[in-house]
Design a binder for this molecule. Sequence first.
Ligand SMILES: C[S@@+](CC[C@H](N)C(=O)[O-])C[C@H]1O[C@@H](n2cnc3c(N)ncnc32)[C@H](O)[C@@H]1O
Length: 241
Amino acid sequence: MLAFDLAPVEDTDMGDQSSNSLRHDPTRSTLERLHTEARGDRIKFLGLAPKVLGGLLSGKGWFDQITPEAMKECFIPVSPEQGEFLYLTARAIGARNIVEFGTSFGVSTIYLGAAVKDNGGGLVIGSEIESGKHARAQEHLEQAGVCEFVDVRLGDALETFRDIPGPVDMVLLDGWKDLYLPIIELLTPRLRPGAIVMADNIFTFKAELRPYVDHMQCGRNGFESTTLKISDGFEYSVRVG
Ligand SMILES: C[S@@+](CC[C@H](N)C(=O)[O-])C[C@H]1O[C@@H](n2cnc3c(N)ncnc32)[C@H](O)[C@@H]1O
């Protein structure tokens, strides 16, 4: 994983700050700390490996074993490169209403919350099914100075997203991979024309995400889409219908 290396900009007495919160504390220092902490995921994955391998050999599926409960101590965050790309995209389209499937400890959510804040206000609606992660995300969002721009809903996103109001400007899909397709089908009627949808882990979960990628790329479902070679593969889709 890349280090979080965005150069800070000194605040001056004149108050001429850059409008990029990622370059300023507390957002910058919180992201730097969380990306560093997330490196500990590697050790946690190693601890889980024997059980998972045993399960795969005995015929259990990936998603039967890699459950939110099993991963409750792991960040599994977007990389700094992806985070900056999310931030820049949200800034480019002036996003004020963003939906995120899979908040975990809140790393991606901080990038999105910072963009909404720097765009002049709005709301990121996040989702997390693990209560411990939900509580930690809340703390991190407060530490990063973006909590007033974020509402992380606790529970299964298929339920907590039912009443999301439109128009939605941007979506990040980064929860469990078997739900990308049902979640985007649920949200599609609320996406504004030109809305951006980004979906992570296209390369690692190539087979599992094939139906999602086909849905977004086939040109019959109101999207134009391409897979970007950023980190683990970001499916980048534009709502054109
Ligand atoms: C890859 S992590 C998200 C990482 C986060 N986007 C970041 O960059 O920090 C996926 C998260 O989705 C959560 N999740 C899985 N299934 C879910 C569901 N049905 N509803 C809400 N959250 C879910 C998991 O508990 C896990 O924390």
